[in-house]
Design a protein around this ligand. Sequence first.
Ligand code: NAP
Length: 277
Amino acid sequence: MKVFALVGLQLKGSLSPFLHQALFRRGGLPHVYIPLEVEKEQLPGALALFRRNLAGFNVTAPLKEEILPYLEACDLSAELYGAVNTVKNEGGRLVGFNTDGYGFLKGWPGDPSALAGQEVLLLGAGGAARSLAMELAHQGCALTIANREEGRAQRLAGQVGRRFPKNKVAAVGLNKIPLKKYYAAINATPLGGGALVGQTPLHSRHLAQIELVYDLIYNPPQTKLLSLAETMGCATVNGLAMLVHQGLRAQEIWLGQSVPEDLVSEIYEEAAKELRQ
Ligand code: NAP
């Protein structure tokens, strides 16, 4: 039996333990996956324990960037995004990966190659937004990054601009988003879920000129943002498919074997049912 974990804070509403346990069960594997609340200051001590006791773990807020200096190596995805959401323990050597961008693109409704050359509004500048900003720039999008703390959006825009000098990248405060046409808006803030349920980072006046709204939140399945967007005629998608795909990819990394495609939709349905309960 191997032990895997979700490491970070505010793990209560996370579907990751359910998802990974469901995958182990379906694969006939005796492994377990447990949530472990770890504060930033506890990280070095916790990692010493993880090296001895965990086969791998997922990393969530607020540790996705903080963990980087403690890892022995990172794959290309973690290097590109500058953040880690999956760690594999290779005999005490901790190797970082990032499956968020992969999950995000797999959850994209339609062909993500349609993103090339499009204007995208990215809400948030935290760990998830950082990975998505790099991935969206990699896909050829022009980005506007809007964040509550504007300076953080500016820093992220600067990092994206240095890595992708040909892309247009702008930064604004969340309350100063210019009213203009965007192909898509992506919510990578917690506004609308958990303790912030019922809140929205965008209002109808913004949504009038947006084609597609992608909310990374999956619990509740329809956030205030998504219901407003639907009313305004936008296409909408929540973060459940992203969660399922990034989780499946993490298991492929840990176990070194691919998850059959037909399992993806079964696990998605199982996760959606769990959320409805
Ligand atoms: P994070 O690193 O803590 O970043 C949070 C971001 O949200 C920051 O930009 C922060 O702005 C902003 N924010 C926090 N509270 C806010 C508030 N009350 N009003 C306005 N902005 C606020 O978190 P993360 O890991 O990037 O995750 C962000 C969201 O994406 C979470 O809801 C998470 O569950 C979701 N997520 C989903 C998936 C999936 O698979 N579906 C994967 C990853 C993340 P400041 O800089 O101003 O603090």
